[in-house]
Design a protein around this ligand. Structure first.
Ligand code: ZN
Length: 381
């Protein structure tokens, strides 16, 4: 049967654990339970097969910006991340004029309808000027629920997440509005205290946008948002595991404290991911990328990353030495659950889409399959 593909001999990571010498059967773009005896077999012994990666916070790649690129450029960025194992990506915007963001949401919602992206994440404009990072200060505004609502409407049901500074006026009402609409309220670019952060979680916020970055540091008299976000079972913390945004010890602390079910690895990638050093733009701001580190030309703030999730996975396995099952949760299952797409992706279970990544024994990516088709790498005989 030409329609079937059988991947055999690899260490397959399932939600129930690692299966040595496992088989993954693909039929009609989905994981199947059985294959006919004459189905073509790809021998993957000595390799890992893990679920395709799900990136819930990503601004672009391959030289293209999800905030300002043309449709063709956005698709190029999506493809670049696919080559690095991200088979599901949410397009994140940066702060812009409200009208621009609403218009952009409409364009991106069409790509979501076609299945090219998994929805839209608005990072800003409802963030704190004290923790603005690489967002334009003159375009920041308080989170007015009516304006939040405008963006949700413009995204036509494809808004997945809004990052906001919940301590600002209108912040908690905006969190409630997002929760009511099934959109993730993410606490980030925030100057909140510990107590203000607890109030936002109680109001319905469930994600910490790139924990540690763009928020007050953990202090022993003023624990701030980090302690509140790490300790609350209702919150998943995003971590950028590129070795620049977080010291490995900070990553380990967060991973150990939150546990493997409450961490999502993200890239927060900008245009230069999978592309190279040079001068780029993040919204209206100029960004210089040198040796893979993106910084604002003015002021030198870190301006997103050039990370791809295959690199985050490899770092986690080889430098942070986290268990592979835990990494798989952080890079696939947890974000898929948060985004409400775990019935389709995020694990290698029969009936789900055949989105998977093949890694060699040293955790270097050697192949990517999306919806049963090889995007790169091993092709079955
Ligand atoms: Zn971001």
């Amino acid at each position: 049967m030409a329609d079937h593909k059988v991947l055999a001999g690899a260490r397959v990571v399932l939600p129930t654990g690692i299966v040595d010498n496992g088989r993954v059967i693909v039929e009609g773009g989905r994981i199947a339970g059985h294959a006919p005896a004459d189905a073509p077999v790809t021998d993957l012994s000595g390799h890992w097969v893990v679920p395709g990666f799900v990136d819930m916070h990503n601004h672009g790649g391959g030289g293209a910006s999800f905030t300002s690129g043309t449709v063709e450029e956005v698709l190029k960025g999506v493809h670049t991340h696919r080559l690095h194992g991200t088979t599901t990506v949410v397009a994140s915007t940066v702060t812009g004029e409200m009208d621009f963001l609403a218009h952009r949401a409409g364009e991106l919602s069409e790509l979501a309808e076609q299945g090219d992206i998994a929805g839209v994440h608005f990072e800003g404009p409802f963030i704190s000027p004290c923790r603005k990072g690489a967002h334009s200060e003159d375009l920041l505004r308080d989170p007015d629920p009516a304006e939040v609502r405008k963006l949700l409407d413009a995204a036509r049901g494809h808004a997945r997440m809004v990052t906001l500074a919940t301590e600002l006026p209108g912040g908690l009402d905006s969190v409630r509005l997002l929760a009511e609409h099934g959109v993730i309220a993410a606490i980030g670019h925030t100057d909140a205290t510990y107590e203000q952060t607890v109030a936002a979680i109680d109001a319905g916020a469930t994600v910490a946008t790139h924990l540690f970055n763009a928020m007050p540091a953990l202090g022993h008299r003023a624990p701030g948002p980090i302690a509140a976000l790490l300790e609350d079972e209702r919150v998943t913390v995003e971590l950028i595991n590129d070795g620049t945004h977080l010291h490995p010890a900070a990553l380990e602390l967060a991973f150990r404290h939150a546990g493997p079910d409450r961490v999502a690895f993200i890239t927060d990638a900008m245009d230069a991911a999978g592309f190279g050093d040079g001068v780029y733009h993040l919204g209206p701001l100029e960004v210089e990328v040198r040796e893979g580190v993106a910084r604002l030309a003015k002021g030198g703030s870190i301006a997103g990353s050039t990370l791809t999730l295959d690199t985050a996975f490899k770092r986690a396995a080889t430098i942070d030495r986290l268990p592979v099952e835990s990494i798989v949760r952080a890079v696939s299952a947890n974000p898929a659950k948060l985004l409400g797409v775990y019935d389709e992706v995020g694990s290698l279970e029969p009936g789900k889409r055949a989105d998977l990544v093949v890694l060699d024994a040293g955790f270097t990516l050697v192949g990517v399959m999306r919806r049963g088709e090889w995007v790169s790498g091993p092709r079955s005989g």
